[in-house]
Design a binder for this molecule. Structure first.
Ligand SMILES: C[S@@+](CC[C@H](N)C(=O)[O-])C[C@H]1O[C@@H](n2cnc3c(N)ncnc32)[C@H](O)[C@@H]1O
Length: 203
């Protein structure tokens, strides 16, 4: 039996719904609407699909031709589930729309939030819209200070799951195990609830 979440335009919003439609260099915030119908949820929050009753606003972040992030139901629900598991000093890798920073606000077990992002234009566009947090410019694969954090959440991929992407996710986990063995590591995109608390497989 398919597990379906119902979403209604009357009640649906995310922190990005009120973002201004601005751009900075090649980085751009855009907004569209998803119409009535069923969409994939891919096991996020334990749902296979979500059904839009009327229409919902969807905000996205693009850099040049790449859509890096959307605030659709799987992303916003999933990031809130990941935020609940975070503790202490938290490093989020990949700024995107910064939704994870909003999701972490309600978690009193979190003492500090830092975000590592490699694209200057995304930082300039998004960082001013966020609750207090430290934004660092850098590349995940070259970052040298993972040991300063208790929780590390990596979300640096976009688009559909492909085998090379999954292999890269596993490489990212291996790198964190080596550089920050004490830290809890979570990663958006893997279909494994141990590393991705947003994902709940069918019972
Ligand atoms: C899917 S978005 C992150 C969404 C974010 N978690 C949120 O809550 O909105 C991915 C982000 O990772 C960044 N990124 C991609 N590769 C990176 C890397 N190697 N190091 C740091 N950031 C990277 C992209 O520029 C983009 O901003």
């Amino acid at each position: 039996l398919a597990r379906t979440l119902t979403v209604s335009g009357a009640s649906w919003s995310t922190p990005a719904t009120s973002f201004p439609l601005r751009s900075y260099g090649r980085a751009r915030i855009t907004r569209t609407y998803y119409g009535k119908g069923a969409y994939h949820m891919d096991g996020i929050g334990g749902y296979d699909y979500y059904e839009v009753k009327d229409s919902i606003p969807i905000t996205s972040l693009r850099l040049g031709g790449v859509e890096w992030m959307v605030d659709d139901p799987p992303h916003w629900l999933g990031l809130q589930l990941i935020a609940r598991e975070c503790r202490g000093r938290v490093l989020c890798v990949g700024l995107g729309l910064g939704l994870i920073v909003f999701a972490l606000r309600g978690n009193s077990a979190v003492s500090e939030v830092a975000v590592l992002e490699k694209e200057e234009e995304i930082i300039r566009l998004i960082a001013p819209l966020l609750p207090p947090c430290k934004v660092l410019r850098g590349d995940f694969w070259r970052f040298a200070r993972f040991h300063e954090y208790d929780t590390i959440f990596v979300d640096i991929w976009s688009g559909y799951e492909t085998r090379p992407k999954v292999l890269e996710m596993k490489r990212a986990l291996a790198l964190l195990r080596e550089r920050a063995p004490h830290a809890a590591a979570y990663l958006w995109g893997l279909r494994d609830p141990l590393f991705n608390p947003a994902y709940r497989p069918a019972p």
